[in-house]
Design a protein. Structure first.
Ligand SMILES: [Zn+2]
Length: 186
């Protein structure tokens, strides 16, 4: 393939190539381009499609930024798609709001995730307490109170357990993305 490649576009579908990636590395783009017989060159953009946790397909356009390499040539970086940031990044994170660099991710998400995890935990605890238990999630689930219909009890138990596991999921997501130590409040 000749020419400057300026303005070339291609589609990069996270569903095809990645399965469960939560982030997009610049290598994903360069490898994929090579696989398709293309080359990422200055001025090129990439159109990326991925699915949000809700199953929606989102399409975004990526722009790149180039720096000189020690051994000659240039290497590409992502340009953070957040227009108020636009930092150079080697990794972008897939979020329901689009692709963000690490810094934007930390600014936009950790507290929200903790809030969500907290809300879900509270929900799980409230159900246990309503059934006469404590809010301690490590204790056995409280037994069915006298007079409560079996189906009602089963439904509440399911709701509580779902909220609890979703809460753990929300926390887990944070740690796997952030890769940062847990800071405990004293
Ligand atoms: Zn950013």
């Amino acid at each position: 393939m000749g020419g400057s490649g300026s303005g070339r576009r291609w589609h990069w579908n996270t569903k095809d190539t990645t399965g469960s990636y939560r982030c997009l590395k610049i290598q994903h783009i360069t490898h994929d381009a090579r696989r398709q017989g293309k080359r990422l060159t200055p001025g090129a953009t990439a159109s990326v499609r991925w699915e949000t946790p809700g199953g929606e397909a989102v399409i975004g356009t990526l722009m790149f930024n180039w720096t000189d390499c020690y051994y000659g040539g240039q290497r590409p970086w992502f340009c953070c798609p957040n227009e108020r940031c636009r930092r150079r990044a080697a990794v972008l994170y897939l979020t329901r709001d689009g692709l963000l660099c690490r810094l934007c991710l930390h600014l936009a998400y950790p507290s929200q995730r903790e809030d969500r995890a907290g809300r879900l935990l509270t929900k799980a605890q409230k159900i246990r307490m309503r059934l006469g238990g404590s809010g301690n999630m490590f204790q056995r689930f409280p037994p069915r109170p006298k007079g409560m219909h079996r189906n009602t009890y089963r439904r509440l138990r399911l709701l509580s357990e779902r909220a609890w596991s979703a809460s753990l999921g929300a926390i887990g997501e944070r740690f796997s993305i952030g890769n940062e130590p847990i800071h405990e409040q004293r």
